[in-house]
Design a protein around this ligand. Structure first.
Ligand SMILES: [Ca+2]
Length: 248
């Protein structure tokens, strides 16, 4: 019985096509603040916007891509653990981890505009031009009305029928939602209509390239420049931010 089962599994393994992640290549490396515990990242009009976490060390910052120099910075109140950020019109929206507290800032100078509440935890954010998309550490992604930041709907992210949890930093890329997975070097490419993972991009070689060994220094942070089709990735406390070219 056991032998028959093993034979069956072996036959299936031979019949199944070799599973390959989405191919990508490293284009170049840029400096990245090694003290930045990256929780949010996006690219807009020639600059990177980044948020960092940990209580007492959280901020939002505008960063020069080429030099990694901080161009503008706003410290988040020390009681909060900063999480994801996203731009909407002339605003920047930010989350906190377990305080259920979101903030809206003026994108141009980071002056505070308003705040909002949400249920559960706040992790990553991105937007698709219509809704703000938010992760909370589970396999679910929420779609929020970007003006009032109220939840409209949610999807469950799955791979071969199994829920994919620990969804972390997000990015809207080529009509897909790309998501870092906490404690995983793979980025999930998610179909926004169904939540199904289309494929994976494994950036494990970049951890070696970045020279990080701390177990908390996980891959986190995806930014996309749609105008030039450039993908930028980094991680928590990584001294490098990488531009990669991902196969279509
Ligand atoms: Ca992002």
């Amino acid at each position: 019985m056991k032998r028959a089962l093993l034979a069956l599994i072996a036959a299936f393994a031979l019949a199944a096509p070799a599973q390959a992640d989405t191919p990508w290549t490293l284009v170049r490396a840029y400096p990245h603040d090694p003290t930045a515990f990256t929780e949010g990242l996006f690219y807009l009009d020639g600059a990177l916007y980044e948020s960092t976490g940990l209580e007492g060390r959280s901020d939002i910052r505008k960063v020069d891509l080429k030099t990694g120099r901080i161009l503008q910075r706003r410290v988040i109140d020390g009681r909060y653990f900063g999480e994801g950020i996203v731009n909407w019109k002339d605003r920047l929206i930010s989350l906190t981890w377990r305080h259920r507290q979101g903030f809206v800032w003026n994108l141009a100078d980071f002056t505070p505009l308003s705040d909002f509440r949400y249920e559960g935890e706040g992790w990553g954010m991105t937007q698709d031009g219509r809704a703000v998309i938010m992760s909370d550490g589970s396999a679910q992604l929420r779609f929020l009305d970007p003006e009032i930041l109220a939840e409209q709907r949610r999807i469950t992210v799955s791979w071969n029928g199994r829920a994919v949890d620990r969804l972390n930093e997000l990015e809207w890329v080529r009509g897909e939602i790309w998501a870092n997975i906490w404690y995983d070097s793979r980025i999930a490419r998610i179909d926004p209509a169904t939540g199904a993972v289309i494929d994976w991009i494994d950036i494990a070689p970049l951890l070696k390239e970045a020279g990080v060994s701390d177990s908390e220094a996980v891959a986190n942070g995806i930014a996309y420049d749609a105008a030039t089709d450039r993908v930028f990735v980094t991680g928590k406390n990584w001294p490098r931010l990488f531009e990669i070219r991902v196969a279509r």
